[in-house]
Design a protein around this ligand. Structure first.
Ligand code: MRU
Length: 352
């Protein structure tokens, strides 16, 4: 299942807002539509957002009426700025846009047509590489999962959150394929219920045994010894290993440490932002109050109630048992391992 693809000069993606009730593909031929789809969460999950931004910029290039290289680059800067303003926390968004702009500025590309073609190819490459990275993280992470393990996960870090295969769900998929008898506890993940709507749907399609639980129940299951390992994704990881992920991740990590349960973040290198020394510098997205006051379009809170709705929180590095990347499992001290992983990606032409 591909969450997003380039088809006949257009961008096609699953409208994730409608899952699990309806599986609907939507198409865009304007980058502004893609930007809106990211903001409104038709597509979400840091790697999928990065892929969408890449395709958005490819669309901007393909549809630009620019006649000169300079005019096209100016159109692309403008489109990139619109895409940048969609979701501030996901590192992959900024990473993908930088990579696309770098390609556009490539001195070897002489005319408008060459740049347009190169940008489509680059966006397709970003999407293709994402799937390869996820499969590699799946292989590395599956080594940490034992036969009979009960695994807890938060939000949706599956195929839908990436181009395919997933980050935190990748080791789970591989362990299941290896014949390990695993069981996954899925946090519902208020306010937008990505766990209940998306992760539950994905795991059921794969035939992976699961139990959906209310967010508030996670501590109960961990304390009762019913969770052997916790796997989560990441929206942005700072140079010291502090990690921004879906709101609620931090409290899970603290409860895990208190109960001696290993806690892993599954983090592809485009999600690592070495320019930020710690999580304190990661911007946290604040989303609309209606996500908290309503469930499934139905108001559940009194009219006019004051609301705060941060979409992510920061888990300090000391709560992480290790970090699973496409280059292997990084154990503390994390800082050096993260730098080496990003360096290894640069050598193969990927991460900036
Ligand atoms: O708000 P979302 O649904 O985009 O948040 C998604 C998450 O927090 C995921 O855990 C993260 O992006 C990693 S997914 C591969």
């Amino acid at each position: 299942m591909r969450s997003i693809e380039w088809k006949d000069g257009r961008v096609r993606m699953i409208d994730q807002r409608r899952l699990p009730h309806e599986y609907v593909m939507v198409e865009f031929d304007d980058y502004r539509g893609v930007a809106q789809a990211i903001q409104e969460m038709y597509i979400r999950g840091a790697p999928a957002i990065g892929a969408a931004a890449g395709y958005g910029l490819a669309l901007a290039a393909a549809r630009s009426g620019a006649k000169t290289r300079e005019a096209l680059l100016s159109d692309l800067e403008e489109a990139a700025e619109t895409l940048r303003r969609t979701r501030p926390t996901a590192s992959n968004l900024f990473w993908a846009l930088e990579r696309m702009l770098r390609k556009a500025r490539d001195e070897g590309l002489e005319d408008v047509g060459q740049i347009q073609e190169a940008l489509v190819a680059e966006a397709v490459a970003i999407a293709f590489e994402d799937v390869e990275i996820n499969k590699r993280m799946g292989e590395h992470g599956a080594g940490l999962i034992s036969d009979g393990d009960k695994i807890l996960t938060h939000c949706n870090a599956g195929a839908l959150a990436t181009v395919d295969y997933g980050t935190a769900l990748a080791p789970i998929r591989v362990a299941h394929t290896q014949g390990k008898r695993i069981h996954v506890y899925v946090d519902e993940t208020r306010p937008r219920l990505q766990g209940a709507r998306l992760t539950a749907w994905e795991l059921m399609r794969e035939g992976i045994p699961l139990t959906l639980i209310a967010d508030n129940a996670a501590g109960y299951f961990i304390q009762a010894g019913k969770v052997d390992i916790i796997l989560v994704g990441a929206d942005r990881m700072a140079a010291n290993g502090d990690v921004a992920n879906k709101i609620g991740t931090y409290q899970l990590a603290v409860i895990a440490k208190e109960n001696g349960v290993p806690f892993y973040a599954v983090v592809p290198t485009p999600t690592i932002d070495l320019s930020l020394p710690s999580g304190a510098q990661i911007p946290i997205e604040e989303r609309d109050a209606s996500e908290v006051t309503h469930i499934g379009g139905q108001r559940i809170a009194p009219q006019g109630v004051p609301v705060a709705n941060p979409a992510f929180d920061i888990t300090p590095y000391r709560y992480l048992t290790a970090i699973i990347t496409e280059h292997g499992v990084i154990h503390p001290p994390l800082e050096e391992g993260l730098r080496k992983a990003v360096q290894a990606s640069r050598m193969v032409g990927g991460a900036s």
